[in-house]
Design a protein around this ligand. Structure first.
Ligand code: 5GP
Length: 191
C-alpha cells in the first residue's frame, strides 16, 4: 500500500534492535483516516471469505482491526494481555513472547466470543518473528474456529514470522513489507 509506505518513510523512526517506531500514526497517536484506509484494504482483500469475526491482540492491533471490522460489518475481538477482573468465565489462552518488550504475556479471550462456526481474520500491527500471530492461531485452534487468513499492517519481511506462517499454509496479507533497515532508512520489498 503506497500511502502506508510513504507514511512510514516520512514518520517512521528506526530504533536499535530492528524496531520501527511509528508512534505518530499507529502505536501511540492514531491517524483515523489512515486506519480507515487500512481497514478498507483488508476488507477488500478478504471480501470473499465470509469473515464472521476479527481477532487481534491489545493494544496496537485494535485500531486497524476495528476499522476492518467496521468495513466487513463483523465484531472485533481482542485478546487481553492481563486478566481483567470481569473475565471470570472460561478462557482460551496462549503464551506470547513480545519482540519489543522481551517478556512473555499470557493472552486470553473469553470462550463465549469465539466459536466453532467462526471464520476468523486475524489482524495485527506488526509481524516480526510471528509470536503474536502464533498465539492468536493457537487460540483459534482451541476454539476449533477456522482461520481464513492474517492481515498485517507492517511486516518486517527480513524476520522469520512471514515464513513461519506461510509454511503452515496460512494466507498472509501484509500492507507494507520492509526488506531492510539501512542507516536509519526503511527499504521496502520491491523498491
Ligand atoms: P512478533 O510476535 O511477530 O515477533 O512481533 C509482533 C509484535 O511485536 C507486534 O504485535 C508488535 O506489537 C510488536 N513489534 C514487533 N516488531 C515491532 C516493530 O518494529 N515496531 C513496533 N512498534 N512493534 C513491533
Amino acid at each position: 500500500m503506497k500511502l502506508l509506505e510513504e507514511r512510514i518513510r516520512e514518520d517512521g523512526l528506526v530504533l536499535p534492535g530492528n524496531v520501527l517506531k511509528v508512534n505518530s500514526f499507529l502505536n501511540h497517536q492514531i491517524d483515523p483516516e489512515l486506519m480507515n484506509t487500512i481497514g478498507q484494504e483488508f476488507a477488500h482483500l478478504f471480501r470473499d471469505n465470509n469473515i464472521t469475526r476479527i481477532l487481534t491482540v491489545e493494544s496496537s492491533g485494535i485500531a486497524p482491526a476495528i476499522m476492518t471490522g467496521l468495513a466487513l460489518h463483523v465484531p472485533v475481538l481482542f485478546a487481553r494481555k492481563t486478566k481483567s477482573s470481569t473475565m471470570n468465565t472460561s478462557l482460551f489462552t496462549a503464551d506470547v513472547y513480545s519482540y519489543t518488550k522481551k517478556v512473555t504475556n499470557k493472552i486470553s479471550v473469553d470462550q463465549k466470543f469465539l466459536v466453532q462456526t467462526d471464520n476468523v481474520l486475524i489482524i495485527d500491527d506488526f509481524l516480526a518473528n510471528g509470536q503474536a500471530v502464533s498465539g492468536l492461531l493457537e487460540i483459534c485452534k482451541q476454539a476449533d474456529a477456522y482461520v481464513e487468513g492474517v492481515g498485517i499492517v507492517i511486516e518486517k519481511a527480513f524476520q522469520t514470522g512471514g515464513k513461519l506462517l506461510r509454511d503452515q499454509g496460512v494466507r498472509l496479507e501484509s500492507l507494507a513489507r520492509i526488506s531492510s533497515f539501512e542507516d536509519g532508512k526503511v527499504n521496502f520489498v520491491g523498491d
